[in-house]
Design a protein around this ligand. Structure first.
Ligand SMILES: [Cu+2]
Length: 201
């Protein structure tokens, strides 16, 4: 195995979800300089250095669904990635939704496996991946909204009603964690992140 392959495999192990259940693969990379979650701009959150996605990450615009009572967002939608990975089930779709105050957003877990997953990753090809939804914003040390960790394809969903005008950034822990810290997760290069814009105009 040459250096490039070795580096790539290490990255794959690090970023694709093994950290959800153990931190052993995440050690040795703590660095405050690669913490991109502090920006309050949507673009800063969705277009940062997620190295396993083709730039720009946020290329599908804003899904304007103002006036709807309930809006659905898929969890684990297939998304294009950089070679040699082709595409993987590591996106929220729509990535950014604009809704009215009082709207309930319902995240629905898809059943997409990762068909092109290379050997050696924690989840074998064809198997479902775990995803969750967690708000970037914390209130009193607790996520403003957060789901449980569900395996894709188990007909799971999570709902949250957004009452106040504002910008709500969120991520999937194993595939989009935006910080280097001691949480047991680590900054994730896949960039599985999204936003709910609540607007009353
Ligand atoms: Cu995920």
């Amino acid at each position: 195995m040459n250096n490039v392959a070795r580096t790539t495999r290490r990255k794959v192990l690090k970023v694709l979800g093994a950290g959800a259940v153990g931190s052993v693969l995440l050690s040795g990379s703590a660095s405050a300089e690669k913490s991109f979650g502090n920006g309050n701009g949507i673009g800063a959150f969705l277009n940062d250095k997620a190295e396993l996605k083709k730039p720009p990450i946020w290329d599908d615009g804003i899904s304007d669904q103002r006036g709807e009572g309930t809006v659905e967002v898929e969890v684990g939608t297939l998304t294009s990635m950089v070679p040699p990975f082709e595409e993987g089930p590591f996106a929220f779709a729509p990535r950014v939704v604009k809704v009215s105050p009082g709207t309930t957003v319902k995240w629905v877990w898809t059943g997409n496996p990762w068909e092109s997953a290379p050997p050696g990753i924690p989840v074998p090809p064809g198997a479902p991946w775990p995803h969750d939804v967690a708000s970037l914003e914390k209130i009193g040390g607790t996520y403003k909204f957060a789901s449980d960790m569900f395996l894709a394809g188990n007909d799971k969903s999570f709902e949250y009603t957004f009452e106040e005008v504002g910008t709500n950034l969120y991520f999937c822990h194993p595939h989009g964690y935006p910080f280097h810290d001691n949480s047991g997760f680590d900054y994730n290069l896949v960039g599985m992140r999204g936003a709910v814009l609540v607007r009353d105009d």
